[in-house]
Design a protein around this ligand. Structure first.
Ligand code: ADP
Ligand code: ADP
Length: 237
């Protein structure tokens, strides 16, 4: 359903490739952790998968369609099938948990004051159900700025999943969290992966986390894949 062929990314003005000729195929059942040192190309790779970054050459193929050939409208539609979570959460701090999650349904709108009134009962229930699933039922109307880091990432996960995507992408979603919280977030991600049948691709710099949760580890070094396989065979050398 998702594959990359001879993917190359070189940023303008750079003298080396951020990604060099990457070939990978993903299965719906994969829970993938992408490992690699800072600058290895993990973030560039993740952003290629949903078309946020277009390749210099090569292609990303989603459901048989090459992303580079899609127009902005089609790309937006594809991105709705791929939720994404981020290191710094990318939430709206002054809005409530519910409002942030609802924003994942139709995107951020300029006038959010009456946001809740714009959604149908069914959509509201869908958002509330998702907030319940990530363990924030009692925080529904709390402003996000008053939440802990782990709670904020739970909001991020609910917002990413409220539109029922088939893929969940994560760009270092636990890099700002302590080890205990990181483990609880990964437990939740694994739960959501199983319950919603999500292809999950998450960047992480912590090898222990990757080995504990991934069904498949992909490691990058200097823009190349240096490992792709079961976590038990990965050695950090
Ligand atoms: P990682 O996520 O593993 O830290 P990145 O994908 O961010 O790696 O970076 C891969 C390479 O691309 C690095 O050499 C980095 O310096 C370079 N790079 C990343 N983003 C940009 C950019 N916007 N402009 C120029 N070079 C970039
Ligand atoms: P209450 O006073 O009803 O417990 P709090 O505002 O203390 O409500 O928040 C409830 C939960 O949210 C607590 O478990 C707390 O740890 C967490 N929390 C709230 N705000 C923050 C924050 N800024 N940083 C860390 N945790 C927070």
């Amino acid at each position: 359903m998702l594959e990359v062929n001879n993917l190359v990314v070189r940023y303008p003005g750079s003298h080396h490739n951020a990604l060099s000729s990457i070939n990978l195929t993903f299965d719906q059942g994969d829970f993938i952790c992408v490992l690699g040192k800072s600058g290895a190309g993990k973030s560039t790779f993740i952003r290629c998968l949903n078309g946020l970054q277009l390749p210099t050459s090569g292609e990303v193929i989603w459901d048989g369609q090459t992303l580079s050939n899609r127009n902005e409208e089609q790309l937006r539609k594809i991105r709705r099938e791929m939720g994404m979570i981020f290191q710094h959460f990318n939430l709206v701090p002054r809005l409530s948990v519910l409002q942030n999650v609802l924003s994942g349904m139709f995107g951020y709108r300029s006038s959010l004051k009456n946001l809740i009134g714009w959604f149908s009962e069914e959509e509201l229930n869908q958002a509330k159900q998702m907030i319940d699933e990530v363990g924030l039922k009692d925080f529904m109307n709390r402003r996000v700025e008053h939440l802990s880091g782990g709670q904020k990432q739970r909001v991020g996960i609910a917002r990413a999943l409220v539109q029922n995507p088939r893929v969940l992408l994560g760009d270092e979603p636990v890099a700002s969290l302590d080890p205990g919280t990181s483990n609880r977030i990964f437990t939740l991600l694994k739960e959501m992966h199983n319950r919603h049948n999500l292809l999950t691709v998450i960047n992480v710099h912590d090898v222990t986390l990757a080995k504990r949760y991934a069904t498949r580890v992909i490691a990058f070094k200097d823009g190349e894949v240096i490992f792709d396989g079961k976590p038990e065979y990965f050695s950090n050398k």
